[in-house]
Ligand binder design. Structure first.
Ligand SMILES: *Cc1c(COP(=O)(O)O)cnc(C)c1O
Length: 460
């Protein structure tokens, strides 16, 4: 054994204690750490030939890298849609690395069954019917990829073309209808060989991001009975608008289509009694995407993908040529259900946080974040110089500078430089705007007042 490895092994308890103490200091400082850092490009240094052992590596990391990291796990990082990590999720994440399981098959451990349990808990959490079965992937983009891959196979089934065997070219052109799809849908279609141009945007309702279901019905009618894919959106990123899922699902009585719902963070509306109606009909979908590293507050990388057609999913992702992995069968191992073969046991942090806080604990986070978004919305509506661009429907406040929307970029920079908060810019309905997205379990009213105070001071 290399002497540095031998030394680290001998001192492992002590070294891990030091790492733990460092982690505790970082977490204790999360509230005071700048929410985001103005990005500075760091060039790579040459590969160390002689290493420095864990202690030396940790020192280099603490000196060279950690100071440039954002407080994205902290309470006033309101950019994108970013969750933190609950205490239990964090502990679960550590233990994932400690046990280092590869959950591809059931040949050597119960690890895949932990994923099955966590997936069934999540299915219950979002109120999906038992026909939906979930698998863990690395993020909502991969969940959309996997869901749309199953959709592609379903189209093949309708046309009598086994796409997984013959390739997407055998399928011919595919139409994907959607109102306000997330950018990752285009990426997924590119990756799946369906092409970004397969998307046909259907007009939303006036002044909304939710699709106009009558127009969607017209677009399906125009296909003249050709099967299609409909991507419904449950929680758009700018204004968190929701398609009418039940009405869309009902269109399947007259038109053949696969209904994929991107509910990356919108699915969590199911946990708030006042908002659960927004995801009414989610269980009717053929496939559903939900991110977990957003509102479940587990560390990156974690998302879940549900579908009613696991048989088609296994056709797409079967790794059947490897004799040592065994047959796909009726109850396929994870290796036959997702893009990866070997991978991390993604489900552990989700399992820990659900075991630790249960449905009620997570519902409290969701309800609180929604209330905080509403509070910031009220504060911004009352601030001179600002204007809300949409009502606060769930956990995002979308707003702009009332007199000078073109100066939003400067405002974003000033907010970032203050270190107090981080918000991301967007363009909504042609207007440069900002979004404040609440999905962290740590955020409190005091944080909202701090952000409102900051916006007041920075108003032009
Ligand atoms: C965040 C998000 C995605 C993509 O999620 P990643 O975890 O970044 O891959 C997809 N759809 C919606 C609606 C999202 O909010």
């Amino acid at each position: 054994m290399h002497p540095l490895l031998r030394d680290d092994l001998a001192r492992l308890p002590e070294l891990l204690d030091e790492t733990r103490a460092y982690a505790v200091r970082l977490l204790a400082g999360l509230d005071d750490r700048p929410a985001a850092q103005a990005p500075v490009r760091r060039e790579p240094v040459p590969l160390p030939v002689e290493g420095t052992g864990l202690k030396g590596a940790a020192e280099t990391f603490a000196e060279r890298w950690e100071p440039g990291f954002a407080a994205s796990a902290g309470p006033r990082y309101l950019g994108f849609v970013t969750g933190g990590a609950t205490p239990a999720a964090l502990a679960g994440d550590w233990l994932t690395g400690v046990l280092d399981q590869n959950p591809t098959s059931r040949a050597d451990s119960t690890a895949p069954d932990l994923e099955r349990e966590a997936a069934s808990w999540l299915r219950e959490l979002f109120g999906l019917p038992p026909e939906h079965q979930g698998v863990f992937v690395s993020g909502a983009t991969m969940s959309n990829v996997a869901g749309l891959a199953v959709a592609r196979e379903w189209l093949g089934e309708r046309y009598g073309v086994p796409v997984a065997e013959r390739g997407v070219a055998a399928l011919g052109p595919v139409t994907v209808l959607s109102g306000t799809p997330h950018s990752s849908i285009g990426k997924a279609l590119s990756l799946l060989g369906l092409g970004r141009s397969a998307i046909r945007r259907v007009d939303p309702l006036p002044g909304r991001e939710a699709v106009d279901v009558a127009r969607l019905a017209d677009a399906l009618e125009e296909l003249g009975g050709r099967p299609a894919i409909v991507v419904a959106n449950a929680g758009t990123v700018n204004t968190v608008d929701f398609d009418d899922l039940r009405a869309i699902a009902a269109l399947r009585e007259r038109h053949p289509f696969w209904l994929h719902v991107d509910a990356a963070f919108g699915a969590f509306a199911a946990l708030s009694p006042a908002h659960a109606h927004l995801v009414d009909g989610l269980g009717e979908a053929d496939s559903v995407c939900v991110d977990l590293h957003k509102w479940l507050n587990v560390p990156y990388s974690s998302a879940i993908q549900f579908t009613r057609r696991r048989d088609l999913q296994a056709r797409v992702f079967a790794n059947s040529a490897a004799a040592y992995l065994g047959p796909v069968g009726d109850d396929p191992d994870p290796v036959h259900l997702t893009p990866e073969n070997s991978r991390r046991l993604h489900a552990v942090p989700a399992w820990f946080t659900l075991a630790a806080y249960g449905r009620e604990g997570h519902a409290e986070v969701v309800r609180r974040d929604i209330a905080l978004a509403e509070l910031l919305g009220e504060r911004i509506a009352a601030l001179p110089g600002y204007r809300l661009l949409a009502p606060v429907r769930l956990n995002v406040v979308c707003f702009t500078l009332a007199e000078a929307p073109e100066r939003v970029g400067e405002l974003v920079t000033a907010i970032t430089e203050s270190g107090e908060a981080f918000l991301t810019p967007t363009v909504y309905d042609g207007v440069p705007a900002l979004r404040a997205a609440f999905s962290n379990w740590r955020t409190t009213e005091a944080d909202v007042e701090r952000v409102a105070g900051l916006l007041g001071r920075l108003a032009p």
